[in-house]
Design a binder for this molecule. Structure first.
Ligand SMILES: Cc1cc2nc3c(=O)[nH]c(=O)nc-3n(C[C@H](O)[C@H](O)[C@H](O)COP(=O)(O)OP(=O)(O)OC[C@H]3O[C@@H](n4cnc5c(N)ncnc54)[C@H](O)[C@@H]3O)c2cc1C
Length: 405
């Protein structure tokens, strides 16, 4: 296909999810103003996010507060008082971590829970309010060429763009990664996530708490927490299983009966809650091995951020948080006011980010093994929680981040 003359840009961000919006926000606030626009390309016809929740540890809320979004976050988030870890079979509490005021005091930022659409909207509104980013919808990246003088990008609709840098924020199935890294698609983990939302006034009284509750069972776990200022409860259940026939690689309709079957003999309190959720969606969980070097984050004038670079199992609740941190650190690596030498900036940024992202990816995977443990490992886990309490459940190295460049 013949392409028109490319639109010249200061920077090109591909993808308008959490990573793309955060990156665009960070660049818009840091890059020197110029004659040409900073462009974000999103393949969808409208900006949107799935109906589910997100936990945001103090490392993530610190970034949002740093961007001046504290009061916007407060208007839509819930701030749980504790994490309660329970046995999914007996219902007994096995461990407890105080969040609320303790997290604020210890980490200087709160532990929050939000609806994904609320966080996405909040970032989009900040990008729009700054007025520095030209957001273009219905633009799907088809291919790009990374040359010494800059990157030229083509969309499926036949548009062309040229910029000194390309930030690939195009998620798990990243085309930027496929073309520039060619390391194959992500792999199915053998885990299925069922997700649902229920109005708080429909929730059984035992679960109507301002807490994150994690239920651990053999080959399964469930997590629920309030969102939308506490008006709704977000529920996620992860079970082991095969890919359902004809399943999309992401969001699918799901049936409670399948979930009930997978849950087997879990306790009445959890099953009662499951039965109150009006609609379930099913997400097969895909992932990659933890990162092994800076080269997996950036090559030349092209970088990968968020899930495009480091998809992770959701068992530490940090995928979106790491996307925010990626953008925050990129901003810190740019010298305010100076025209960036992009290959140098991206290299420095990648050296800071990859070890932390690799650690979080590995720790998330390890959490899955511990959460779903059976037999002696399960007994050891419960004994360790009894003995070590908060020391086992807290993760200061994570929550004190992101590390400075
Ligand atoms: C069950 C579950 C629970 C989770 N819980 C948490 C949690 O509690 N806390 C947390 O921090 N994280 C959590 N996560 C992880 C988090 O959802 C992801 O890490 C995060 O949403 C990734 O954002 P992203 O912007 O990198 O990717 P995406 O959200 O996938 O965004 C990618 C964007 O790029 C666009 N795009 C793709 N290809 C192209 C193309 N070729 N051209 C143009 N645009 C394109 C897409 O349309 C999309 O808008 C959870 C994940 C799951 C599955």
């Amino acid at each position: 296909m013949d392409h028109a003359d490319p639109t010249l840009c200061r920077a090109l961000v591909v993808g308008g999810g959490m990573a793309g919006l955060a990156t665009a926000l960070a660049l818009g606030r840091t890059l020197p103003r110029g004659q040409v626009p900073l462009v974000l390309l999103e393949q969808s016809e409208a900006f949107s996010e799935v109906g589910a929740g997100l936990q945001l540890g103090p490392n993530a809320t610190r970034v949002l507060h740093g961007w001046g979004l504290e009061s916007a976050l407060r208007a839509c988030a819930a701030y749980p008082e504790a994490l309660s870890v329970r046995d999914a079979l007996s219902g007994a509490e096995r461990g407890r971590l105080r969040l609320g005021e303790r997290a604020r005091l210890q980490y200087g930022a709160p532990y929050a829970t939000v609806h994904r659409a609320d966080l996405h909207r909040l970032l989009l509104e900040a990008v729009r309010a700054d007025g520095e980013v030209d957001t273009r919808l219905a633009q799907r990246l088809q291919s790009y060429q990374d040359r010494a003088e800059g990157v030229t990008l083509h969309t499926e609709a036949g548009a062309a763009f040229q910029a000194p840098v390309l930030l690939g924020c195009d998620g798990l199935w990243s085309r930027v990664r496929a073309q520039g890294w060619g390391d194959g698609p992500p792999r199915f983990s053998g885990h299925l996530a069922y997700r649902g939302l229920v109005r708080m006034d429909e929730v059984p009284a035992s679960a109507r708490r301002n807490e994150v509750t994690a239920w651990l069972g053999p080959r399964l776990h469930a997590v629920h927490y309030p969102v939308r200022g506490g008006e709704w409860l977000n529920v996620v259940v992860v079970v082991h299983g095969d890919l359902p026939p004809q399943a999309h690689a992401w969001d699918n309709a799901a049936h409670r009966t399948d979930l009930r079957r997978a849950l087997g003999a879990t306790c009445a309190g959890l099953l009662e809650l499951i039965d109150r959720v009006p609609e379930w969606r099913l997400w097969p969980l895909y992932g990659r091995e933890p990162m092994t070097g800076a080269d997996q984050h950036a090559r030349g004038r092209v970088a990968l951020l968020g899930d495009a670079a480091h998809p992770m199992r959701p068992y530490l609740a940090q995928g979106a948080a790491m996307a925010l941190e990626d953008a925050w650190t990129l901003q810190a690596c740019l010298n305010d006011g100076a025209a960036p030498d992009w290959p140098v900036v991206l290299q420095r940024w990648a050296e800071v980010r990859w070890p932390r992202n690799a650690w979080v990816q590995a720790r998330s995977r390890r959490n899955g093994t511990v959460f779903h443990a059976r037999g002696p490992l399960r007994l050891g886990r419960d004994a360790a929680m009894r003995l070590l309490g908060e020391r086992l459940l807290d993760v200061p190295r994570l929550y004190l981040g992101p590390p400075p460049p």
